[in-house]
Design a binder for this molecule. Structure first.
Ligand code: SAM
Ligand code: SF4
Length: 331
């Protein structure tokens, strides 16, 4: 029983947001005060999340990514990873984290069955990192990256949201980092997501900027068409590089036609597209596997061909109130 939508796209990837809370306040993700948090009892319990994941695996989901908010701030996260890893049908289990708490958790996550990890890091300069995250310390995330490498959570992928006037001067430094360390450095286009007041219009830069910078720096990017992760990044090698470069053109060359993912939000809503209002609560059907399967099919049946950022050219305008921030939906 495959999860195939009206456009013939097969879905085998479920992203699970375990919390809307976070220990950072990134400028592109939430406002300084943070998001309006939902109460603890509105967050789906792990047991119910596992029911959704188990049902998904019976329908063809094989890849799970645990995310948030910041997944490592939710208590019991290591045991949750262990329970997902034990489910038959899960062949890939990954996490996206800001890395701050990884020195504490990396070893336990590895033992529990986490295979690989994505860590967000938008600047290699302590002050810039602190101002992007509004409170983070660069040394903490660098220690988190080292812990991920030491515990073989490979490949360790670094997510860098490219922002004009903020970190565009550091592209070459990130390229050098991918030469020196076995990291996949993935540049992501800034998306107008969330209804907080951010200055998307001033800071969006297409990723062609990374290719141009690489060429000027004498580090031309060579495509690796044979390498594809389960996600949307196009991968490149660098001359003499231990790592790789990934480009995620979320907007300029969006990848909706090959989208293979569904999302479960922290309060328990199934969602077929990040940039789409429609989502359905799993709660009324959580103890009825057949009804849960029907809900998966219903959500998938309404999945749009492409996200609105792509289809109506509204890249410069955030529609107030129409979207939840990435921290709530799970990036
Ligand atoms: N807290 C974790 C982290 O930061 O990695 C996981 C959740 S975060 C919402 C997931 C990813 O979404 C991060 O890599 C972050 O950079 C990305 N993200 C959040 N808001 C974004 C935006 N407006 N545009 C592009 N990427 C965004
Ligand atoms: Fe937190 Fe991740 Fe959003 Fe930054 S991007 S505020 S770390 S959830």
């Amino acid at each position: 029983m495959s999860l195939i939508d009206a456009y013939g796209r097969k879905h085998d990837y479920l992203r699970v947001s375990v919390t809307d809370r976070c220990n950072l306040r990134c400028i592109y993700c939430m406002s300084e005060e943070g998001i309006e948090q939902i109460s603890h009892n509105e967050i789906l319990c792990y047991e119910d999340m596992l029911k959704v994941i188990r049902t998904g695996t019976e329908m063809g989901i094989t890849k799970i990514r645990v995310t948030g908010g910041e997944p490592l701030v939710r208590l019991g996260i290591v045991d949750f990873i262990r329970e997902i890893a034990a489910l038959p049908g899960v062949s890939d289990l990954a996490m996206t984290t800001n890395g701050i708490l990884l020195p504490r958790y990396a070893a336990g996550l590895k033992t529990a069955g986490l295979k690989r990890i994505n860590i967000s890091l938008d600047s290699l300069k302590p002050l810039v990192y602190n101002s992007i995250t509004r409170c983070g310390k660069l040394e903490d995330v660098l220690a988190g990256i080292s812990a991920a490498l030491e515990n073989d959570l490979q490949p360790v992928k670094i997510n860098v949201v490219l922002m004009k006037g903020i970190n565009d001067g550091e592209v070459e430094d990130f390229l050098q980092l991918a030469r020196e360390k076995p990291l996949h450095i993935r540049f992501i286009e800034y998306m107008p997501i969330g209804d907080h007041d951010h200055s998307y219009g001033n800071h969006y830069l297409p990723l062609s900027f990374v290719e141009e910078t690489a060429k000027k720096a004498g580090l031309p990017l060579t495509p690796v068409p044979t390498y594809r992760g389960p996600g949307p990044a196009d991968y490149y090698t660098l001359p003499g590089g231990k790592g790789m470069i990934g480009l995620i053109h979320a907007i300029s060359k969006h990848f909706c036609s090959t989208c293979n993912r569904l999302r479960l939000t922290s309060e328990g809503n199934l969602k077929a597209c990040l940039y789409w209002q429609e989502e359905k609560s799993v709660r009324p059907v959580i103890d009825n596997p057949d009804a849960l399967k029907a809900l998966f099919r219903k959500v998938l049946a309404n999945k749009p061909a492409e996200h609105q950022m792509a289809s109506d050219g509204r890249c410069g305008a955030v529609q107030p109130g129409t979207m939840r921030s990435m921290s709530k939906t799970g990036g």
